[in-house]
Design a protein around this ligand. Sequence first.
Ligand SMILES: Nc1ncnc2c1ncn2[C@@H]1O[C@H](COP(=O)(O)OP(=O)(O)OP(=O)(O)O)[C@@H](O)[C@H]1O
Length: 642
Amino acid sequence: MLEQGTISIHTENIFPIIKKWLYSDHEIFLRELVSNAVDAIQKLRMVARSGEYSGDVDHPEVTITIDKENKKLAIADNGIGMTAEEVKKYITQVAFSSAEEFVQKYKGEGENAIIGHFGLGFYSAFMVADRVEIDTLSYREGAVPVHWTCDGSTEFTLSDGQRTTVGTTVTLTLQDSELEYLEPGRIRELIRKYCDFLPVPIKLEGEQINKQIAPWKSASNSLSKEDYLEFYRYLYPFQEDPLLWVHLNTDYPFVVNGILYFPKLRPDIDVTKGQIKLYCNQVFVSDNCEEVIPRFLLPLRGVIDSSDIPLNVSRSFLQNDRTVRKIADYIAKKVGDRLKELYREDPAAYVRSWQDLGTFVKFGSINDEKFKKQVEDILIYRTTAELTANDSEDVWASEGGIQVDGKTYTTLKEYLERNKERQGNRVYYCTDEVNQATYVQLLKSQGIEVLFMDSFIDTHFVPWLEQNYKDVKFLRVDAELDETLIDKNKESELVDPTTKKTRSEQIKSLFESVLKKPKLTIRTEALKADAPPAMILLPETSRRMQEMMAMMQQQPNAQLPEEHILVVNTAHPLVQNLLTLSQGTIIQTSGTSETGALVEKLCQYIYDLALMSQRGFDANGMQQFTERASQVLTQLTTMAMR
Ligand SMILES: Nc1ncnc2c1ncn2[C@@H]1O[C@H](COP(=O)(O)OP(=O)(O)OP(=O)(O)O)[C@@H](O)[C@H]1O
């Protein structure tokens, strides 16, 4: 026996605290012990390189052994080893006091207070073990093997050991409640989770169980496209391949390595939940690094490895840490650079990925001023404009936009420039290509360019655009009638000698009396060719209010507000016929004649059609519509047969 001693501590007994610490996370003891073992191996290599050690350093390995019968789990390395003095210093003093400090500091914090629960180090072994033994032999010449043991109280013993090779074995006698760590499957799972990319073979039952190579530590030019894809598939099996990736690699002013991938976003993806894995020196820390990266980058996947992210601090502290903020900025900048590079070098790939990238870029622009500045010139929109592209080419880029697979994309700047004479600072946009098709078609026929803002993020993005481009007016296609659609010929303004009303006034009162909707505004306009008999308009401001209300009440689809405008097209032959028919009925009899009834039904029907090209009906509306449609048609055929 070399020595028997008492670990000097200030707290009465921290072992019970350590044992209870982080119930759910006892498993991290293995990560701590294996990373200590890998550190020891790397230290020996350094010593060998400096010429202080001439033994074998070319077969580094960490070996995990399970002895079920005796409830023992051992982690052995062929690293630097420790002398008795070093064991006393590093294990009973340094390690212990840092563990004590750690426990003191975080006693009151919740379970998730610390990222990856770093800082407990060697003593985390006592979370799962009743007894911990160390057998070690230092690399130093003439060193004697040492055996250290501690049974979870403050007493320890230090004696001569049996070890004959340089290195250290830490043997745990597991508590009865922790026998899961005697299962090879469980150990394999933990090594893959935490230690997969540690640069030394980690063996269990004669087999290496870690991947060992961390691709993010390699230079980007040494990795092929297939290497990146393979790594992605390894990290996220059974997922679609990513769209593109960014390799992070910097040593100054902080160390950050990593590979971030842009996955294909499903429309229902939860953009608040991260899937990026955080590593520290190739040891897995957490797959929840919301505090470390800007929020808008959360949909990305991959790995960030940095030893400059403080891990033994609380999460809230982490968020405000200056280095962490700088790292976050660095990552965001790299991501922006990568997107710009793709836009420049492979516009077709950029456009083809836009559906996924767009959501992300817009989300980033809304959330991060610096990122917005970076990407504002590469925010693109699908447009109705047709560039005079060379038909034989699938991809065609010009000053005005990019055309890919028959669809044209443009930036806001290009849109405004192209349309400044015709539209001034007005931007027309469509949020639903199917339901707003009539409006889009009408504007298009008048030579007005429409942008599609129809992804789920656009509801937030359009108001954001308005705030950022205060002198630009954004109008949804159904917000108002463009002047050019209105036919200025005054025929409809002629006064009828019998009724003393203009034609448009008569049409207006006809619709008012039939539809009987006080909140509906009826407006009459003579519209140009192609225009339907009637259209619904939703003024921009009231529509936004409605959308906001719907969102607050968590209704997925805003209902059509009761206050909307029905524009009746006085130039349409159907409307004109209707007026003529209704005039006939007024002269003949009261409104209940057969023709009168038909007029009423037709008015309703025209309104139905307008509603339909706005957004369709609810179930009730649909049923009424089909009923009315068959009534109108029956009556028309009956009348035609006479
Ligand atoms: N397998 C080992 N071989 C050689 N020395 C070791 C071994 N394990 C632990 N040590 C020594 O004990 C010290 C304390 O280890 P401990 O795990 O508590 O803290 P750490 O590794 O320094 O820091 P961390 O809190 O990040 O784990 C180490 O710094 C090292 O000097």
